[in-house]
Design a protein around this ligand. Structure first.
Ligand SMILES: [Zn+2]
Length: 107
């Protein structure tokens, strides 16, 4: 059975998710083999699906890499916090010095 491009596009999502019936899978496979347009759409759909579901880390190396990514994010956030505190301290120090100079000169 040969299906139209419209029907193939409808079935591609089900095919990718592995919920299409055997007949539908066969029809999609046959159509993709002979239709570069739908084959391209299928490849793009599959890529976007794979990017969305980043698999949970399995090996110790993957777990370490995921942990290191999380740590780098947290470290960056905490660096920003420290920078904000330092900047605030400098501003407060400058303001205090300014106030001291102004009040001294008013005497
Ligand atoms: Zn097609």
């Amino acid at each position: 059975m040969n299906i139209s491009c419209d029907m193939a596009m409808d079935l591609i999502a089900l095919y990718c998710d592995g919920v299409a019936s055997e007949d539908s899978r066969k029809a999609v496979r046959e159509h993709l083999a002979g239709c570069p347009v739908c084959a391209g759409a299928y490849a793009a759909y599959k890529r976007s699906r794979e990017q969305k579901k980043r698999p949970a880390p399995k090996t110790p190396e993957e777990k370490y890499a995921a942990l290191a990514r999380t740590m780098r994010h947290k470290q960056r956030a905490s660096n920003l916090g420290v920078a904000a505190i330092v900047a605030a301290s400098i501003l407060l120090g400058a303001y205090s010095t300014y106030r001291m100079i102004v009040t001294d000169s008013e005497k």
